[in-house]
Design a protein around this ligand. Structure first.
Ligand SMILES: [Fe+2]
Length: 138
C-alpha cells in the first residue's frame, strides 16, 4: 500500500492569479494549464506525456521569464534582481528534472514530488512575486 500522503494539490485557474498585464496573464494561463497536464500525466503514469511536458516547460518558462524580465528592466522595477533569482531557481529545478529524465532516474515518487513542487512554485510565484510587478508598474 502506498504511504499515506496529503492529497495532491489541485489548481484551477482563478482570476486571483491575474496580475493585470495582459500578455503575462495569458502566458500564466498557459503555464498553469501545462503544469496541470503534468500532474495528470504523473497520476496516470503516462511517460510520453511527462517527457513532452518537461520539454515544453524548458522552452516556455525561459521564454516567459524573459518576457517578464524585459518588462521589469524597461520599467526599472525595484525588485528585479531578487525576482530574477527566483526565476533562475525554477530553471534549475527544470534542468535537474530533465537531467534525471535523460538518465531515466525519475521514479514515480520523484515525479509526484516534482509535480507538487511545480504547482506550488508557480502559484506562489504568481500570487506574490508577479502580482507585485502588476501593482508597481501599472
Ligand atoms: Fe515571475
Amino acid at each position: 500500500m502506498r504511504a499515506e500522503r496529503g492529497l495532491p494539490m489541485k489548481v484551477e485557474w482563478t482570476d486571483d492569479l491575474l496580475i493585470g498585464i495582459g500578455i503575462i496573464d495569458d502566458q500564466h494561463k498557459k503555464l498553469v494549464e501545462r503544469v496541470k497536464g503534468f500532474t495528470k500525466a504523473v497520476e496516470s503514469r503516462d511517460m510520453a506525456k511527462i517527457e513532452e511536458t518537461i520539454n515544453y516547460l524548458i522552452g516556455y518558462t525561459i521564454q516567459h521569464f524573459g518576457a517578464e524580465e524585459l518588462i521589469m528592466i524597461r520599467n526599472g522595477y525595484d525588485e528585479f534582481k531578487s525576482h530574477r533569482e527566483e526565476h533562475s531557481s525554477f530553471i534549475n529545478i527544470i534542468y535537474d528534472a530533465n537531467k534525471s529524465l535523460q538518465k531515466k532516474e525519475l521514479t514515480q515518487e520523484k515525479l509526484e514530488a516534482l509535480q507538487e513542487l511545480f504547482l506550488q512554485w508557480i502559484v506562489n510565484h504568481i500570487k506574490i512575486k508577479d502580482k507585485r510587478i502588476g501593482e508597481q508598474i501599472i
